[in-house]
Design a protein around this ligand. Structure first.
Ligand SMILES: [Zn+2]
Length: 231
């Protein structure tokens, strides 16, 4: 058994239902979710610690956060100045996504005792580094397992932060094609505007043609490049 599961495909529906499970665990463990969403409450409900540390960049660039499954700990990088507000929430939610989708939890729990004897023991098989957890990661072309894994964690985060029933309530009386309204929703939910746009687009509620600021309702913008069969 390994700390990280072997790569597996998850459908969007599967990921969404895993995120909903975490929301239920929050209810049961007395950390009921509320909005603006505080992802640290989800971590509390799951018994995961959150810590801020300096994580210096490595040869591949800067690192936003990491998860240490054996220590049940998410480490956020205090060296990243823009890691604040909604970006913190989505980063924590993203790391929780790794915990739920990619960590072999029985193995992590079983090895905790061993780890206590060996504190500081860390190698590449025992933690997970996340370089960027903004929309760029969400829209990556999925040509490698690592990118898929990052996409899965980010999609999980968007489902956890913005569950369907909350979005349905929040959109009432609002015009999703109006940026001002979107910014109001963003603030209400405690997410970044790019998190919100990504979620609404992946639900097919809005579309924004590449390079444009114009928002259209529904999946395909007029003359847009969205797949016609996807309507
Ligand atoms: Zn990640």
């Amino acid at each position: 058994m390994k700390i990280f599961k072997q790569y597996q495909y998850y459908s969007k529906e599967q990921i969404e239902s895993k995120a909903n499970e975490v929301l239920r665990i929050m209810e049961v463990n007395n950390y009921p979710p509320k909005w603006p969403f505080e992802a640290s409450r989800a971590a509390d409900a799951l018994g995961i610690m959150i810590d801020w540390q300096s994580i210096p960049p490595d040869t591949q660039g800067s690192i936003v956060a990491k998860i240490l499954p054996l220590q049940r700990k998410i480490v956020l990088n205090e060296l990243i100045p823009k890691l604040s507000g909604g970006f913190v929430e989505s980063t924590i939610a993203h790391e929780i996504g790794h915990w739920i989708l990619h960590v072999n939890q029985d193995e992590a729990d079983g090895l905790t005792e061993q780890l206590e004897l060996n504190l500081g023991l860390e190698d590449v098989t025992r933690y997970f580094l996340c370089r960027t957890v903004d929309t760029k990661t969400s829209q990556i072309n999925m040509n490698s397992q690592l990118e898929n894994i990052e996409w899965q964690a980010q999609f999980f985060a968007s489902c956890l932060l913005m569950p369907l029933h909350i979005l349905e309530t929040t959109r009432k009386g609002r015009d999703l094609t109006n940026w001002k309204h979107l910014y109001a929703i963003q603030e209400e939910l405690g997410v970044t505007i790019s998190n919100l746009i990504y979620r609404l687009q992946s639900l097919g509620w809005i579309s924004i043609p590449k390079g444009s600021k114009q928002i259209y309702l529904g999946k395909a913008a007029p003359n847009g490049q969205t797949n016609l069969f996807d309507r």
